[in-house]
Design a protein around this ligand. Structure first.
Ligand code: GSH
Length: 252
């Protein structure tokens, strides 16, 4: 049987960014599939996980948002110990997940954890690089999440704003940004994409009937992210294959 990586690779051509209608002033560089699937974060930004002293422990669970942190750790080949939410050593002050410990450092909040990993292992080593990536991480948590997932006062997810007849402004603007670029920060896949694409991809996991067909550039971007091997490692090959099929049906 073909591996999930091989099956997902079959979707690559479908999810390539369509060129903008009006040709850009500079001709965009064509990205070969190998580079497209490569480790954008580490390779492009010079971070070298193999040199880092990693003693990373991640408290999380598959049925939560914590696999988004697993995704980024897998992208960067940072080894980590996975612990369950109920583990008595979970350092999260509110008893939630995800939470991360790395040596003496303890971090909670998925966005803060991503930014810490990017800092230490992803090569975000200047304020300018951090700003360019972290603005998307904060946006994903502060602005995109509440639009995509409508919760009641007890924090239960009731519906998705992606179902609304009128396109939410956040999705309209994101669609416009993604009509111009392959990934959100810099030229390569990175922490900004883990943060934003994770939330986008949670929508069809929660709501099988919600379609992104009216945001085709966003849908293809979701496709480019979901076919990454590290996504399958974190969320499971079956989930990735299911999502790739759904996304393909929107953009075919
Ligand atoms: N904004 C937080 C949300 C954390 C959160 O709500 N975690 C959920 C799982 S996705 C949780 O731990 N729920 C159990 C609880 O609140 O006790 C983040 O992004 O890390």
């Amino acid at each position: 049987m073909a591996s999930s990586a091989a099956l997902l690779g079959g979707h690559l051509a479908t999810f390539a960014r369509r060129p903008p209608r009006r040709p850009p002033r500079r001709r965009s560089r064509r990205i070969a599939p190998a580079a497209f699937l490569g480790l954008g974060g580490k390779a492009a930004r010079g971070g070298d996980a193999s040199n880092a002293t990693s003693g990373v422990t991640l408290w999380g669970s598959p049925g939560s948002r914590s696999p988004l942190v697993d995704w980024y750790l897998h992208e960067l080949d940072v080894p980590f110990d996975a612990k369950s939410p109920g583990d008595p050593n979970n350092p999260h002050p509110f008893g939630q997940i995800p939470a991360l410990r790395d040596g003496d450092v303890e971090v909670f909040e998925s966005g803060a954890i991503l930014m810490y990993i990017a800092d230490c292992y992803g090569g975000l080593d200047t304020p300018a690089k951090r700003a360019d990536a972290n603005k998307w991480v904060v946006w994903a948590n502060a602005s995109l999440d509440p639009v995509l997932f409508i919760e009641n006062e007890r924090g239960q997810v009731l519906d998705s704003g992606a179902r609304r007849a009128e396109s939410p402004k956040a999705l309209t603007r994101l669609e416009s940004v993604l009509s111009q670029r392959e990934f959100l920060s810099g030229d390569a896949f990175g922490v900004a994409d883990v943060a934003v694409a994770s939330y986008l991809l949670f929508v069809p996991i929660f709501f099988a009937d919600v379609s992104f067909a009216r945001w085709p550039n966003t849908a293809r971007y979701m496709g480019r992210c979901v076919v990454r091997p590290a996504y399958s490692k974190a969320f499971g090959g079956r989930t990735a294959a299911y999502l790739a099929e759904r996304i393909e049906s929107w953009v075919a």
